[in-house]
Ligand binder design. Structure first.
Ligand code: SDX
Length: 435
């Protein structure tokens, strides 16, 4: 980010008295500049008003850049297409956390550090018994991840860089173990302990689908697809759940509690919960001949139904992740010899929607959630686990954004204001005198 004096300013003028104020424009490496309005309230006695933050920059960040018009997604300057094709999730995790791709030595140390944190305290197993077997896995993850702060008192000091790093490693390492335990608990199967001889993605599949009664064979196509899915979901600028993590972190809450807050926000169907909703929507549509009926429902303002997996606050072009996922979908289904009619249905739905004026006019394209559910289903995950897998991947993005915020000089608590539209001041009326 440039720290040189602003070359451009915006002037705000009060039309009632002609008073005006100048606000500097801060320019970044790429993308729109920002108008620095931090002095606006002191100058004018007014707040800005942007309830869903459609035009608000909440922070400076060096981690992820999105160009919604061009459908560009970069992590630390590397395009998501390059990372998905040429890298792997552990490398991308290192890149997000530390800012550069690791050399061989850094890579080996990071792999070792993460691998040797994958086990969870044995007491955590007992938390699961408090949940019904049919509890939604995201409900369990919200609770269990926050509870990690009850076990790791040695890494809760957010001002100590070493403790921040240990907490980050613990979260990245343990989130797949906890996610797999959540799946096993719902199935009534025993928890599978992590194995240090497996890669991150292989280990996750092993803990999810392995059984103590027989050896588990790693399918390299599935492990590769899992790794790609994790890369594609790892970080995405200041989305709702990342902003939740940052806001929680601004109060100096411990990192485990902040990540739990991010998981809670991600659960929403408008956000990470959409991948589960997409599959349920495809099952609801059922056959191609019913697609027009659902397209009309999605366009009907009186009908709350939306085409799940379509549209995005930032992308007004194809979500670059959807294209990579669609290709991975074909590979997984072909390798497994699965002919999932939902894939055909999804592709037909995409074709019809992208020819429909309503979607074209509003630039509603398939997003990351549109194809991910089909792959995850083919890999054997129940629909209820889809958003948990999103959280497994996004944890490295959340903790990288949290770390970046904590390392910013002069961290301040985030505290938005409002436009008050409630009753004017009025006197208290005793209950006997009320109508
Ligand atoms: C993720 O932010 C991120 O980066 C998120 C994410 C990440 O990696 O973190 O990318 C992950 O959350 C992807 C999005 C997953 N959600 C869904 O697929 C749910 C379905 N999509 C939407 O509900 C919606 O598109 C949002 C929530 C994604 C975006 O909502 P916005 O930006 O607030 O857009 P909007 O609701 O104002 O929609 C603009 C117009 C409206 O119509 P008009 O009022 O202009 O007539 O488009 C319509 C909307 O009704 N619209 C849809 C639609 N999405 C938007 N109409 C039908 N179906 C849809 N899916």
């Amino acid at each position: 980010m440039s720290n040189t004096p602003a070359s451009k300013t915006f002037t705000l003028t009060d039309d009632d008295n002609g008073q005006s104020w100048q606000y500097p424009v801060l320019e970044g490496t790429a993308g729109p500049g920002v108008i620095d309005i931090r002095k606006l309230y002191a100058d004018t006695g007014h707040f800005t008003f942007d309830p869903s933050f459609t035009a608000t920059g909440s922070c400076k960040s060096r981690i992820t850049y999105i160009d919604g018009e061009e459908g560009i997604l970069m992590h630390r300057g590397y395009t998501i297409e390059d990372l998905a094709e040429k890298s792997n999730f552990m490398e991308v995790a290192y890149l997000l956390l530390y800012g550069d791709l690791p050399n061989q030595k850094q890579r080996s140390k990071f792999d070792h550090d993460i691998t040797y944190h994958t086990m969870v305290h044995e007491q955590i197993n007992y938390f699961f018994r408090g949940f019904r077997r049919d509890a939604h896995p995201m409900a369990i993850m919200c609770g269990i991840v926050a509870a990690l702060s009850a076990f790791y008192h040695d890494s809760l000091d957010i001002w100590d860089p070493d403790q921040r790093e240990i907490s980050a490693h613990r979260l990245i390492a343990k989130i797949p173990t906890l996610a797999a335990m959540t799946l096993k608990y719902s199935l009534g199967q025993p928890f599978m302990y992590p194995r240090n001889d497996l890669s991150y993605s292989e280990n996750f599949l092993y803990m999810c689908f392995g059984l103590p009664a027989e050896p588990y064979r790693i399918n390299p196509v599935l492990a590769n697809a899992m790794d790609k899915i994790l890369i594609l979901h790892a970080d995405h600028e200041q989305n709702a759940s990342t902003s939740t993590v940052r806001l929680a972190g601004s109060s100096q809450a411990n990192p485990f509690a902040c990540i739990s807050a991010g998981i809670a926000c991600l659960w929403g169907p408008a956000h990470g919960g959409a991948n589960q909703e997409v599959l349920e929507m495809l099952d609801q549509i059922g056959t191609k001949d019913r697609i027009p009926e659902f397209i009309e429902k999605a366009k009907d303002k009186d009908d709350p139904f939306r085409l799940m997996g379509f549209g995005h606050r930032v992308y007004k072009n194809f979500d670059p992740r959807a294209g990579v996922l669609k290709k991975a979908c074909d590979e997984v289904l072909n390798d497994l010899g699965i002919n999932d009619p939902r894939l055909e249905l999804a592709m037909e739905l995409e074709r019809i929607a992208l020819e429909d004026e309503y979607f074209v006019e509003r630039k509603l394209f398939p997003n990351v959630d549109f194809y991910s559910g089909i792959i995850l289903k083919a890999m054997g995950f129940p629909t209820s686990m889809f958003t948990v897998l999103f959280a497994v991947a996004r944890t490295v993005g959340w903790i990288s954004q949290w770390k970046e915020m904590i390392e910013e000089p002069a961290l301040r608590i985030g505290r938005p204001r409002q436009l008050y539209t409630g009753p004017a001041k009025r006197s208290y009326v005793p209950v006997e005198d009320r109508d």
